[in-house]
Design a protein around this ligand. Structure first.
Ligand SMILES: *[C@@H]1O[C@H](CO)[C@@H](O)[C@H](O)[C@H]1NC(C)=O
Length: 116
């Protein structure tokens, strides 16, 4: 009886958390205007997600930029979290920079747009 009760309670807690599920909003931008041949910082800001099961990668031509920093997971109002990942970069014409975000089982890639 006790076991059944705990399973029931677990199920209810799970359902409550599950119902708060919310996909991330992702913005990819650079600190300075995106001019080719100039040092810059690539920024990927991910917000409004729940639960905090997420991973963010900054990519250059599809390869992860290893030398990057990530902020600690921070709370917004309520159940939602936000995170920012940054890397130094020096964009050249023809290179593609993007931010790949995996939230739960969903993976999506967002491409940075140079200003030209
Ligand atoms: C990442 O952190 C290191 C150490 O604090 C710092 O030297 C570096 O400039 C940072 N990189 C970016 C892209 O902010």
């Amino acid at each position: 009886m006790k076991a059944i009760l705990s399973i029931l309670v677990l199920g209810l807690v799970y359902a409550a958390v599950e119902s708060k599920e919310s996909p991330p909003k992702v913005q990819v931008y650079s600190r300075n205007p995106g001019n080719y041949g100039e040092k810059n910082v690539l920024i990927c800001h991910v917000s409004g997600f729940h639960p905090p099961d997420i991973s963010i990668q900054l990519l250059k031509d599809g390869q992860e930029i290893k030398d990057s920093n990530q902020t600690d997971l921070a709370f917004e109002q309520g159940w939602q979290f936000h995170l920012t990942k940054t890397a130094h970069f020096n964009p050249s014409r023809g290179e593609e920079y993007s931010c790949r975000v995996r939230h739960l089982k969903n993976m999506k890639t967002y491409t940075w747009e140079a200003d030209m």
